[in-house]
Design a protein around this ligand. Structure first.
Ligand SMILES: [Fe+2]
Ligand SMILES: [Fe+2]
Length: 125
């Protein structure tokens, strides 16, 4: 039920985004995605991390810290895609079930961000 609702919410989000003219060509989409990730790891998450530290909330701090590291990885992946736009490149991606780390080609033996084992990576088709 929740997956069905999530799918419906994705349809709604795409509808809203179309009205806002937020869906463009791949090059523009990638540039906007990079800008979003950069804002997240340079501004948004560092501010969240500061508040978590001030409040001595270690659990929140962990989630913000790993997300912050992964957003930088996403920016790099998008940049790589932008740089190879038009080339016929096929890459597999794996996502860490604990921290969201996103890697190309093959899952590492241990997640470099959170230490999770290879078996905790999900291949994205
Ligand atoms: Fe991201
Ligand atoms: Fe991880």
């Amino acid at each position: 039920m929740f997956r069905a609702a999530a799918e419906a919410e994705t349809v709604h989000a795409h509808n809203h985004l179309k009205v806002l003219k937020g869906i463009n060509g791949t090059e523009e989409n990638l540039k906007q995605a990079i800008a979003g990730e950069v804002e997240e790891f340079k501004e948004m998450y560092p501010a969240f991390i500061e508040v978590a530290k001030e409040e001595n909330n270690k659990e929140a701090l962990w989630t913000f810290d790993v997300a912050n590291q992964v957003e930088e990885i996403h920016a790099d992946l998008y940049q790589k895609a932008l740089d190879s736009l038009g080339e016929n490149v096929e890459v597999s991606y794996y996502v860490c079930n604990f921290c969201g780390n996103t890697v190309e080609k093959d899952a590492p033996d241990l997640c470099p961000i959170c230490g999770a084992p290879k078996s905790e990576f999900t291949k994205i088709d």
